[in-house]
Each structure stands twice: as structure tokens, then as C-alpha cells.
Design a protein around this ligand. Structure first.
Ligand SMILES: *Cc1c(COP(=O)(O)O)cnc(C)c1O
Length: 366
């Protein structure tokens, strides 16, 4: 019987829902540490499916595959015990909300405009959302850390979601500001840094600060720079006790074996080098496209971006959107987001795709 580890003091496990602190979760057949030759404990089929020639899918998969956990830990610069692999970082967001927030009582804090899943997970869990909007400055969107700290301390906020680089803001938040915020919220809230786009920022990760400031957690994903969105592989990096607690809240077998195999192939040396080269090329495309867009007459503003997209304000966003669609180019309409009533978000594509988007917009401006 593996009892839930006890946590105390500044340990971030003190932030877990009190009613879940001793929760052991589901004891799957795979989680029992037993040895044997003939496995008759999980009601699996003894025969492979005729469509699964290798029999690779006959058994339930490892809940946290050791090789994948090790490869991701190496990639993100942490120990394997500090990393939980899940079904995309979307699952990490959901697990954090469920494990830390009491429905109907606690709250999360977001800084709009930001990624929509934080509020969706909170809403599904009966958890209030406190918004401290980013400030729109001459340098781009910026986080007001003092306002975030004050709002978090004034309400029962258990989770502060910071997105860096931000989606859709494109802003990279200063690491010292993030760590100082976590220090101010110690014992009160976990500061979660969503680094889905950090591969395009060529900047250090908040992962390095977790050992000294364990009420920090980081989300990473293989969906963007690693081009593996359909495999649904993402992770939470956090203090080991918190990772164990999140694991106990997770579905028994979150990772399909075929996706794990794909992820391992994508993290092998040659593939990783190609991924890094592509991210570098995307960064160069981003800077070139930003400059060309900013020179178009119908463009009001191109925000500086450290991610693989550009947030652009237009004099007539509807006309720009339609002009792009008429050329077969689909971009993200941001006009429903707070403070982005004239904005579109354009993901960086191949050089030819980016040129097509630019040509469509240049035509619209003419
Ligand atoms: C795309 C995105 C994610 C989703 O990641 P998955 O690992 O595919 O679930 C998470 N956070 C942000 C900010 C994103 O833009």
C-alpha cells in the first residue's frame, strides 16, 4: 500500500484540497508492484486483435512510462519525479484546478487576454475566475505583478495562471517577476507558468526556480514546436509531492501506448535537432512577417511576439479576415476576446504560407 506522502510547512502540498490530502486515487492493475510470468490480473485479452499484428496494444499501458518521463525530464531540465506526463497540457490545467480548488469556494486567477482553457476548467469545476488584465503598453502587453498579488491575496485564489510567452499576447514575462510573485503568494497559492510557446522564445524556463520556490509549477507541451498536437503529450513540472498528488487525481491510463511511442521517437536526438532548427526558422519568419505587416496601411499594430504567432490589430479586422479567407487563409479571429475588438491572431506557417497571408492582406490594403 503506497500511502499518500505527508506534506507540511512551505511544501506546496499544503495547497491541495484538504479532502484530497489522503486520497489514494484508483488502484489500477498496472500500479500494483507485482512480479510474475502469467498476467491474469487486469481482465485483458490473452490474444492480440487481428488488426494489431504486433500485439502492441493488448495490455493496458504504463500510467507514467519511465522512458518518456526520463526523456521529457531531460528536455525540460528537471528530475523525473518533478514531472507528470498527461494528455496534453490541457489535462495538466484540469488536474491542477481539481486538486487545489474546492468547488464553490476557491478561485483561480488569470490575466486576460489569455488562453481560454484555464477559465473553462475552472467553470467546469465550479471555481470562480478572478481576472487581472494585462496592461497594453507601448512595448506590448505586460503583467502587473503587484495587481496580481493584491487580487490573489484579497480572494481565496489557489492558482495563478501566467502564460509566458502569452497566448494571444505574445509577451514573455520576466522570470524575476514570476518568482517574486510566487514568493509573495507562498502558503496561499500555486503560480502556474504555461510555457507552451517557450521553444520559440529562446529564453530560460521557470523550471529552474521550482526547487527554491516550490509553489511554482510549469506546463510544457509537445503540441506546438514539437509538431505532435495529435499525440496529446504535455506535462506538469512541479515539486515531487505535488506531482504525486496530481497523479492520484489523474485517469488510470492517461497515455495511449501508440502516442508514447511517437513521443519517444520525436525526442530522439536527430528529431530533436530538427525541431530546434525549425523553431529557429519560425522565429526568423516571425520577425520578417511582423516587419512586413507593420508596414501595411490597414494594420494598426503588430504586437511583439516571442511565440509562433503574431497578434495584429487592423483598421478593419472584418475586411482583413474576409480577405484572408477569400485567399484560403484561415486565421484566428480574436475580436470576442476582452480588449481585442480589432485583432486577429496569425500563426506562423511555412515561408510560402506566410507569404500567401501577407499577399492577401497587402491586396486588402491596396
Ligand atoms: C496550445 C496551448 C496549450 C495546449 O497544449 P496541449 O498540450 O495541446 O493540451 C496550452 N497552453 C497554451 C497557452 C496553448 O496555447
Amino acid at each position: 500500500m503506497n500511502a499518500a506522502p505527508r506534506c507540511a510547512g512551505a511544501d506546496p502540498c499544503a495547497l491541495l484540497r484538504e479532502d484530497l490530502r489522503d486520497f489514494a486515487g484508483y488502484r489500477s492493475a498496472r500500479s500494483e508492484a507485482l512480479q510474475g510470468r502469467i498476467w491474469l490480473n487486469a481482465n485483458e485479452s490473452p490474444w492480440a486483435n487481428a488488426g494489431d499484428a504486433e500485439g502492441a496494444l493488448r495490455r493496458y499501458p504504463d500510467p507514467q512510462p519511465t522512458a518518456l518521463r526520463a526523456a521529457l525530464a531531460e528536455l525540460y531540465g528537471c528530475a523525473p519525479e518533478e514531472l507528470l506526463v498527461g494528455r496534453g497540457s490541457d489535462e495538466g490545467i484540469d488536474l491542477l484546478v481539481r486538486a487545489l480548488c474546492r468547488p464553490g469556494a476557491d478561485a483561480i486567477l488569470v490575466t486576460s487576454p489569455t488562453f481560454g482553457m484555464y477559465a473553462v476548467s475552472a467553470r467546469l469545476h465550479g471555481t470562480a475566475v478572478v481576472d487581472v488584465p494585462l496592461r497594453d503598453t507601448v512595448e506590448g502587453f505586460a503583467c502587473d505583478f503587484d495587481a496580481v498579488a493584491a487580487a490573489a491575496l484579497a480572494r481565496p485564489v489557489k492558482l495563478v495562471f501566467l502564460c509566458s510567452p502569452g497566448n494571444p499576447s505574445g509577451t514573455l514575462l520576466p522570470l524575476d517577476g514570476i518568482v517574486a510573485l510566487a514568493r509573495r503568494l507562498e502558503g496561499r497559492a500555486l503560480v502556474v507558468v504555461d510555457e507552451a510557446y517557450l521553444d520559440f522564445a529562446q529564453a530560460p524556463s521557470a523550471v529552474d526556480a521550482i526547487p527554491e520556490q516550490p509553489n511554482l509549477a510549469v506546463l510544457r507541451t509537445l503540441s506546438k514546436a514539437h509538431a505532435l498536437a495529435a499525440a496529446r503529450i504535455g506535462c506538469v513540472v512541479a515539486a515531487p509531492g505535488l506531482v504525486d498528488a496530481l497523479r492520484r487525481c489523474q485517469a488510470p491510463y492517461p497515455l495511449p501506448a501508440a502516442c508514447v511511442a511517437q513521443a519517444l521517437a520525436a525526442l530522439a536526438r536527430p528529431a530533436r535537432a530538427a525541431t530546434a532548427a525549425r523553431a529557429g526558422a519560425t522565429v526568423r519568419e516571425r520577425e520578417a512577417l511582423a516587419a512586413r505587416l507593420a508596414a501595411l496601411p490597414g494594420v494598426r499594430r503588430v504586437y511583439p511576439s516571442r511565440a509562433n504567432f503574431l497578434l495584429v490589430r487592423f483598421a478593419d479586422a472584418q475586411a482583413a479576415f474576409e480577405r484572408l479567407l477569400a485567399a484560403g487563409v484561415v486565421v484566428r479571429d480574436m475580436r470576442a476576446a476582452p480588449a481585442l475588438g480589432d485583432a486577429l491572431r496569425i500563426s506562423l506557417g511555412t515561408p510560402a504560407q506566410n507569404a500567401a497571408a501577407l499577399a492577401a492582406l497587402a491586396g486588402a490594403a491596396a
